[in-house]
Design a protein around this ligand. Structure first.
Ligand code: TXA
Ligand code: MG
Length: 326
């Protein structure tokens, strides 16, 4: 299949909506990362997503809607509390897990009776959902297990030749995937930290529970089971300040390594590539996946990353780094 890459003009959006309505796949920008979209209500269309990404069938997809008015098409028994959260954070990087409505096929939800729903804020995502006139199932538009794409060329790298169309809307602004919050439990459970922080959620909801191994075992958090963000190079998470000490034995052994740090490093050796990451967490989140992709492409054998404090967006960043390193 030839993959078309089009700048997200009104004409391209019309074309993209046609592809979706015909049961095809379109990658599109959201404010978090690029998504790989298909008609969420068509089992045949959604099956193509799993094929193109080589995604395990048990890992459910997020259903993207334009706004809260579409909630009742895809979810049932939506509580007032869930509606309040939606009123505050949508459109934006927050996904809610709710009870699945019958029109959503089980393949979309990985066989679960719950459904993950979010309204993305990106104007291209908004325009595509409205033009298609259907909710869009859309996982991140990477090959399963690779870092999420934050620019159209990343999608070409992973899915070129496998999907009909990529809408190019430039770089994504958040760079980390949405926060996934299960509203079917009391208190609500944070299944994946992301663009909306735990602190922001707790300010409105009171206590929010963090997902544990038990949630995973009970099948409530399928995302925790699967391998994520794994570059070809070995990723090693180390403590802040420990970078020089960690890389030196690798360099002495003649290996090439990368070091991702938020500070200048007083070590200059052949074989060492230093990637300076922003101190500002929003900027760090925006750059993270691209940095992993770029360093990996240089062919280094290992990428050492200094850990950061788990406050605010730091929680989502550390979650992604831990998964990349596991
Ligand atoms: O920011 C994002 O969320 C991006 C953009 C494209 O919207 N999408 C994204 O999708 O990151 P994906 O498929 O890469 O991650 C979806 C996560 C997975 O961890 C999945 O297991 C979880 O959401 N999820 C989906 N449906 C669920 C459900 N019913 N119950 C629990 N977790 C669910
Ligand atoms: Mg993903």
């Amino acid at each position: 299949m030839r993959t078309q890459v089009l700048e997200a003009t009104p004409e391209a959006l019309t074309r993209a909506a046609e592809v979706i309505r015909a049961g095809g796949l379109v990658a599109f920008p959201t404010e978090t990362v690029y998504g790989l979209g298909a008609n969420a209500l068509s089992a045949a269309a959604v099956a193509k997503i799993f094929e193109a990404k080589e995604r395990p069938r048990g890992n459910p997809l997020i259903v993207h809607v334009a706004d809260a008015t579409a909630l009742d098409e895809v979810a049932v028994r939506v509580t007032d509390r869930a509606r309040e959260v939606v009123a505050i954070f949508w459109p934006g990087p927050l996904t809610l897990v709710l009870e699945r409505a019958a029109p959503v096929p089980l393949i979309t939800t990985g066989g679960l009776d719950t459904v993950a729903v979010r309204a993305p804020a990106h104007p291209v995502a908004q325009a595509l959902i409205r033009a298609a006139g259907r909710p869009l199932a859309a996982p991140s538009a990477n090959r399963s297990g690779r870092p999420s794409p934050t620019r159209a060329p990343h999608v070409v790298e992973d899915l070129g030749g496998r999907i009909e169309l990529i809408l190019d809307g430039g770089s994504t602004s958040v760079g980390l995937e949405s926060t996934v919050l299960d509203m079917t439990t009391e208190p609500p459970t944070l299944l994946r930290p992301g663009g909306v922080t735990l602190e922001q959620l707790e300010a409105h909801l009171g206590r929010v529970r963090l997902a544990t191994g038990d949630d995973e075992a009970a099948g409530r958090s399928p995302g925790l089971r699967f391998r994520h963000y794994a570059p070809r190079a070995k990723v090693v998470l180390i403590e802040a300040g420990a970078g020089e000490e960690a890389v030196v034995s690798w360099l002495d052994g003649g290996k090439s390594v990368a070091l991702m740090v938020q500070r200048s490093v007083g070590l200059d050796r052949p074989g060492l590539r230093v990637r300076l990451m922003p101190v500002d967490l929003e900027a760090y989140g925006r750059d993270l996946f691209e940095a992993l992709r770029e360093l990996d492409a240089t062919g280094v054998e290992a990428i050492f990353v200094e850990g950061i404090a788990e406050v605010g967006l730091g929680r989502a960043i550390m979650d992604r780094l831990r998964r990349a390193a596991s």
